[in-house]
Design a protein around this ligand. Sequence first.
Ligand SMILES: Nc1nc2c(ncn2[C@@H]2O[C@H](COP(=O)(O)OP(=O)(O)OP(=O)(O)O)[C@@H](O)[C@H]2O)c(=O)[nH]1
Length: 300
Amino acid sequence: MTVPVTVVGGFLGAGKTTLINRILAAAPARTAVLVNDFGEINVDFDLVETDDDLIFELSGGCICCSMAEGVGPAIKRALTTRPEVILIEASGVGEPRRVAEFALLDPALRLDMIVTLANAVELSEQVNDPLIGDTVVRQFDGADLIVLNHTDTAPPETLAEAHAILRRLAVGRRVVETVAAELPLDMLTASTHAIFSAGPLVDASDHDGMYSSATFVGPDAVERAGFEAALTALPRSVLRLKGWVQITDEPVPMLVQYVAGRWALTPAPDAPAETRLVAIAASGEMDLAETLQNIMGSKP
Ligand SMILES: Nc1nc2c(ncn2[C@@H]2O[C@H](COP(=O)(O)OP(=O)(O)OP(=O)(O)O)[C@@H](O)[C@H]2O)c(=O)[nH]1
């Protein structure tokens, strides 16, 4: 019996973890999840809602290039838990097709499908961005289903533009509009196996060279107003920021989610009682460590 694998990809903050948690919440099957966070701290390990012993993490690099050698062993570890299904969350800069190619090499597995999420608000700017455009475009290669997420915050003309881009980049592929990755889960069963009719794989990218990340870990706490103002003032070159922060006077840590200029702070009673933040930008764009120090209110 081979174990079916679904690869979930999409750019930073598109909604991959949100979709995986939806699948897990509905899944009757025993599901192992491989999560790849590009940053040094694997935040997704804590955000994926299932038993810790069913989550396998690869962090501090990209699963499709620098950490590719780790994929096979991680799958082997996952198989020891006798899963009925495996989900692989690619990093937000990773190419899901390349991850799926690793799964195809393992005779114990069969590829179910590749799902790529896109941020409806950001897609047009992303594909036209000279630094990140190539990464975003490649994430649709071989995808069976494209989940056009974040539609709640996309003005109609931006949404129409996103569809036009997808018609060009993913000819004939299924596209579903979602808010918080809420889709009929039976859409995840009828795979078209687009990977088998996709063109030849283009050369591997060097995502660890193209993107950089920085982390801030410590007991430090910040005032809420100053922290919120700092998030709001972050330059758009910060592509993603997530983790937990200790806020003065808050009884529990707060989960920080920052995606492309939008952010949310939510109580996270089960999170560790320390500040743990990770930020990602295109390489050379900025000093991310200094940015994190600044939002924590300390001088570098
Ligand atoms: N407004 C809005 N927020 C969303 C939607 N989907 C997800 N989010 C939020 O966007 C943030 C990022 O979602 P994730 O699911 O963590 O995204 P991701 O693709 O796993 O992120 P990375 O793994 O860091 O690349 C979280 O705060 C989500 O709650 C949506 O459709 N609309």
